[in-house]
Design a protein around this ligand. Structure first.
Ligand code: HEM
Length: 213
């Protein structure tokens, strides 16, 4: 397994596979929101067009630069590109978290409170994790920086990978996966993603061994 997480291409392909549905959806919304061509079942988000548009754009940028960032981190000769893509990742992550919290405050949710609470907690956690990643890189502590970037990515994208679970359910049952049980699965899955990232950090990327910058 360590081979997978230490080789750029397989890692990028794996992360892209796990996240392509939410990233694609975010890109579609980036076009639909300014042109007013969003689908009927998302129309209630139009009460907060600015936060909605920003959230979709930030989600797409975060989802695209995340895998790229991990691949570039493994390829030391692309240091400059890694720094540029890293800045986009951090700004996109911060906008994603802030706009997500703003949507939470403005839009009437169709989900149960557990989803609202989960989004609130993980939105704040994303901002905190990005702050820790920035503080670590300023202190030139690369292992701690890497660990907080992995955590940020898992917190931010953890909600998106649920599409891998819900999409097949939707195809098989021909009914949208909504209701308290699916809300629980959604937050449970999001938490599991973050837990898996934590496992990877502890198992393969310990923060107590210093790697030269
Ligand atoms: C901590 C991370 C995140 C938080 C707190 C968050 C929060 C939210 C909230 C509160 C909504 C409104 C939900 C509703 O009432 O229906 C929403 C919608 C949305 N989110 Fe996120 N989100 C996060 C991550 C992401 C990511 C990573 C992406 C994309 C890669 C994304 C893309 C979207 C899109 C496209 C919508 C609009 C859905 C629609 O148009 O129907 N979000 N998000």
């Amino acid at each position: 397994m360590i081979r997978l997480f230490s080789r750029p291409m397989p890692l990028v392909l794996l992360l892209a596979f796990c996240t392509f549905i939410p990233v694609l959806m975010a890109l579609v919304r980036v076009v639909q929101i300014p042109t007013g061509t969003w689908p009927e079942d998302s129309a209630r988000l139009a009460v907060a067009p600015f936060a909605w548009g920003l959230h979709a754009a930030a989600g797409a940028a975060f989802g695209i630069t995340g895998p790229l960032q991990f691949a570039l981190a493994l390829r030391r000769r692309f240091g400059r590109l890694h720094r540029i893509s890293g800045r986009i990742f951090v700004v996109a992550g911060a906008v994603l978290g802030l706009s997500g919290l703003s949507l939470l405050a403005q839009v009437t949710s169709i989900s149960t409170a557990i989803v609202g609470i989960g989004r609130g907690v993980f939105g704040l956690a994303l901002l905190g994790a990005l702050g820790m990643a920035m503080a670590a890189i300023q202190a030139r502590d690369i292992p701690r920086h890497r660990a907080w970037v992995i955590r940020s990515y898992a917190i931010g994208m953890g909600s998106g990978t649920i599409a891998l679970v819900f999409f097949p359910i939707y195809i098989i049952s021909e009914a949208p996966p909504i209701g308290p049980i699916f809300d629980l699965i959604f937050i449970g899955w999001w938490t599991l993603n973050i837990g898996f990232a934590e496992f990877l950090i502890r198992r393969f990327f310990p923060t107590h061994t210093r790697i030269p910058a």
